[in-house]
Design a protein around this ligand. Sequence first.
Ligand SMILES: CC(C)(COP(=O)(O)OP(=O)(O)OC[C@H]1O[C@@H](n2cnc3c(N)ncnc32)[C@H](O)[C@@H]1OP(=O)(O)O)[C@@H](O)C(=O)NCCC(=O)NCCS
Length: 184
Amino acid sequence: MITIRPATEGDLDDIVRVERAANSLYAPYGFAAHIDALSTPRDAVIEGIACGLAWVAQDAEAEGSALVGFVLAHACDRDLHLDEIDVVPSRLRRGLGTRLLDVVLEEAGQRGAERLTLLTVDFVPWTLGFYAHHGFRVLSARELDARLLDALALDPKSVAPTQRSFEGRLVLARNLQAPAGSRR
Ligand SMILES: CC(C)(COP(=O)(O)OP(=O)(O)OC[C@H]1O[C@@H](n2cnc3c(N)ncnc32)[C@H](O)[C@@H]1OP(=O)(O)O)[C@@H](O)C(=O)NCCC(=O)NCCS
């Protein structure tokens, strides 16, 4: 049985292993020599753990560390931003990515976040379908404010206002419904 629980600093090495395994999917797309460079900086994971915005999926019946998934977010003004979501290749397409995303959506709802945003790429077959299925839409450059561009380290000059791709990277967002009467 796979359970999802908050990550701890004791998971850090295993999170690296999960991320590396998931990012190996990018190898055929020109990233074979750069898989390690795709990993989230350790400090960012530690910060996510401290902020209660990092979770791992653990297979209670597997041997070893048994971590099979990881998700990390950070607060960005009134939004929550999804930094990373990973499922190890042997567990893909069984709903685990959805469960990890749901944990973040639930947390975003509890924090009263207005949107869940993320940065992804348009050149692999698994990202846009996954996020579209979960109610995300691609934002155009015109819809991005300076703060979000800055938080995502995107250069507004690298894309025309009506366009959406920052050199192959796309910003997606899902609006979150705040409960009636909640502070926005
Ligand atoms: C994105 C990711 C977390 C999804 O995990 P998952 O456990 O496979 O997701 P789920 O099983 O909940 O959802 C699967 C859905 O995603 C989409 N999807 C996943 N892989 C796909 C692929 N190779 N081609 C097309 N659609 C795909 C489909 O809509 C699929 O639904 P279906 O199986 O009914 O067709 C996983 O692919 C992953 O870890 N990828 C590598 C790391 C990565 O790219 N992370 C996202 C960075 S923005």
